[in-house]
Design a protein around this ligand. Sequence first.
Ligand code: GLU
Length: 304
Amino acid sequence: MDYNRILAEIAAEIEPLRNEGRQADYIPALAEVNPDRFGMCITSTKGDQIEWGDVEERFSIQSITKVFSLSMALSIMGEDLWERVGKEPSGSAFNSLVQLELDHGVPRNPFINAGAIVVADVLLSRLDRPQEQYIEFIRQIANDPSVDYDRRVAYSEREKGYVNAAIANMLKYYGNLNNDIEEVLRFYFLQCSVEMNCRQLSRAFLPFADRDKKFSFGNVNLTYSQVKRINAIMQTCGFYNDAGEYSYLVGLPGKSGVGGGIGAVYPGRYAVATWSPRLNVKGNSVMGMKALELLTTYTHESIF
Ligand code: GLU
C-alpha cells in the first residue's frame, strides 16, 4: 500500500475544511495556538514512519494523556480500578457535572474528565513521585526523553478550571477522591499539559497496536488482554459524546484531546496521530477526524 500517496490525497481532500470549527479557548494558553495547522503521522509496528504536514510542531495533547494515565492505573490496580470508575460510554459532554451527580460520584469511564480525575487520585496515592514517574512513563512509551509537561498550559488551565474544580469537589463529596482536592487537580492539569508532536504521539500509541511486543515500560506492565481492553475503551469512550459518530466514520480505537490531537491504532499494524486545532462542537478535531475517516476508507483498513 502506498501510504505516502494516500496521505497526500487525504491532505488535498480535507483542505476545504481548513476554516471549519474553532480551537479550544476555555484554556487561555490553547487560544494562542495557530489554528491553521494540520499534521498526520503513521508509525508501523516495523518502526517506519509515514508523515504529512506539521508533524514536528509540538502541541498540548490534553485528554489523549488519559490513555497513558489509565495504563498506569490498570497496571497498578488491575480490575480493582473499576470499583471507582466505570467503563461505559458517557453520551454526555466530557466535563459533565450533571451526569456525575446522577451516577453518585462514580464517573462513567476513565476518558471523561471526572474519570480521569479519579485516575489521577489513584496515581497520587500509589506513586512515590507521581509527577516524575508519570512523565518518565510517557517518555519511555514515546521512546523519546525530550517529551515534557508544558507547565504554562497547566497553570493557565488551573486559573480557569472552574468546571474541573466542581467535578473534583463532587467526587470528594461522594467519597471517591482520597487526596486533597487541590493536589489532585494540580496533578490532573499537569498530566493534560504534556506536549508532543505527531511523530512522538504516533510512536507513543504504537504499544497499543503492537501485538508482538510485551507492554512493559519501567513499572508499567500490561498483559495482552489489558491492552486489548484499553483499546476497547478507546473505541467506545475515546471521543466523548462523539464516540458513536467517530466509530461509525473511522473504525479505529482512538483518543482525542481539546488541543486538536488524535491518537489511534490499527491493531497489529500501526498507530496514527493527527493534529489540527480547530474542533467541532463536541471538542474533536474537524480535520483530524476527517483525515482518519479517509484513511480507513482509502486503505480498507479498520477493525470492522
Ligand atoms: N484539560 C482538559 C480539561 O480538563 C482536557 C479536556 C480534553 O482534552 O478533552 O478540560
